[in-house]
Design a protein around this ligand. Sequence first.
Ligand code: SAM
Length: 200
Amino acid sequence: MAGSQEFWEGRYRAAAAEGSSLWGREPNGWIAEQAAGLATGHAADLGAGEGRNAFWLAERDWSVEAVDFSAVAVAGMAEEAALRRLPVAATVGDVTAWTAEQPVDLAVLCYLQLPPDALAAAIGAAARALRPGGVLLGIWHDRLDVERGLAGTMSPAIRTTPDETAAMAVAAGLTAELSGRRDREVDGGLACDCLLVARA
Ligand SMILES: C[S@@+](CC[C@H](N)C(=O)[O-])C[C@H]1O[C@@H](n2cnc3c(N)ncnc32)[C@H](O)[C@@H]1O
């Protein structure tokens, strides 16, 4: 089923067999912009995939716990971290039931597209892991893409909106400092990202 652990494992296994990458090596531009302004510390990347954001952070003196439920993706991150001697601890785990190994200064959720209950659980897990003053950066495919006819095959059920993600952050005890949208050029028009900056 799309979005399940088996679904993602299959996608990463196929990419690894071809020697290709699903998400490339560049960090997400908005995550990089936001993180560049923060004092470095310990970060958690939840649903880290191949680790493009985790490695970008580690190259900039963050230590990073990178969690994903795909064992193939995690093995790839662990191999890259060892080869490049970067402080990325790659861990297989379900981010909806995750507990941090140590308090984190930054939690990153980058295109962690989950149904509302699961997303609220992941935001709750991130909120519990944050030190006082720590920051959650979240970016998602917004449900507005459906109205724009740009939703592709992704179910509206795993898309979200700024109001929904901000409410989840507040319910988890965080303060939503930025909750908004940003358009991004894609083939066929402008895709919309849902953005959240929240502080513990
Ligand atoms: C769209 S990819 C984004 C990967 C990465 N954050 C990036 O932007 O390059 C979503 C990732 O979330 C992971 N994921 C989805 N649900 C998860 C869950 N419940 N626990 C852990 N990882 C999950 C998937 O395996 C996949 O790697």
